[in-house]
Design a protein around this ligand. Sequence first.
Ligand SMILES: [Zn+2]
Length: 235
Amino acid sequence: MGRMDGIRNIVILTGAGISAESGLRTFRAEDGLWEDHRVEDVATPQAFRRDPELVQRFYDLRRENVLAALPNPAHDALARLDREWRGDLLIVTQNIDDLHERAGASRVLHMHGEALSAWCTACDARHRWTGTLLDRPPCPACGAAQLRPDIVWFGEMPYQMDRIFAALARADLFVSIGTSGAVYPAAGFVQQAASHGARTLELNLERSLGSSAFDETRLGPASELVPQWVDEVLG
Ligand SMILES: [Zn+2]
């Protein structure tokens, strides 16, 4: 009897820890800083209204960093799981980079938006975007110069929560990888999955605020723990 007996539907939550090993720094809850900026200055709707140029410049740099980064063995392992797992699988990521996709995963949901996407606040269209927004380029759909980063800022509603909660309700296994357990609603996913009977596993560099909520916690770098776990799952 293997530990995967009875497991068919898997939901995986990934956070900053998995992208950190690709050199991408993200918001740190401990000190409230992101690349030396206070979150209130660059990652809220109020900040964008107050100083759009600062915010656009900040995300133009994040976009550049994302394009220069490469997937690491943790992304590669999850892409392999996505290819080979025959049951349901959903990778919910808090990260705004596209490293899961570039590693080859397709069942990915970006709950906090995407660095390589621009959102037109005039016509509501979204466009894949690899250039800058600071120079106020026109929307390819409507021509208005009203593109903003397609990022869920603090105080805004994360994307596709209905789909995430539906997946959690059907999950047999919930796995949290490289996330601090500090930012809601993602911090509550483990309780949500467990309340519907899922087994829960945490893979993290260090114990998180939410560690006690998991059936099992394994500590170490994602680039080591995730490939090991995927090998176990795929047997
Ligand atoms: Zn538009």
